[in-house]
Design a protein around this ligand. Sequence first.
Ligand SMILES: [Zn+2]
Length: 253
Amino acid sequence: MPEGDTVFHTAAKLREALVGKTLTRCDVRVPRYATVDLTGQRVDEVISRGKHLFIRVGQTSIHSHLKMDGSWKVSPTGRPSRAGHRIRIILEAGDVQAAGIDLGVLEILDRNQDEDTVAHLGPDLLGDDWDPHTAAANLIADPDRPLADALLDQRVMAGVGNVYCNELCFVFGHLPTAPVSKVSDPLRMVQRARDMLWLNRSRSNRTTTGDTRRGQQVWVYGRSGERCRRCRTAIEADRSGDRVMFWCPNCQR
Ligand SMILES: [Zn+2]
């Protein structure tokens, strides 16, 4: 599942490719919007809100969400894509093409109302209006709630996906299943989440340990059976739920 930093990074890529340019092709491959044609209109801005992306073109806003496997690929116009039938939308501006592939959500909205779709989100970890106090209060609002559930709930704060969720639980010494009431300093936790995403917002090789070398980038995520970097205990994993959890049985309670 893409994390907020991936979406932020994607927005930057689309911004560089499209903003200020006039669309020379607009091909929306979703039946409901098949007649939408923004050719000839200028791309004004590309913004991200949590894991949501908006490409604003005139009075229209193209809203997309990457969900599990989605991506936007920018390439020179005319180069055949291997994504084929997985492409949901193609936007071209002269010699550059942006293709939305396997997007979990793709809808064409009225620009003036596009942010209604993200009104339910908590403070955006990578937004200009990031509000740690509200995020911290949201995080512990329901004391019995498992920590991983609260961290992943985009209404608590927007941008944490499963990688950061597992890493934050490790850094703070809590099991993903521990109740949020165990978190002694929720403000510090949400600030750490912000720091992690912020440091990775323009990087392609994500790190939560501060080490960008291959194999050294994360504390626990994807490391089941490997040694904990702090105590050398074998990292455990639980794949039985709808998302996989990783933890050190010695460092996390
Ligand atoms: Zn450990």
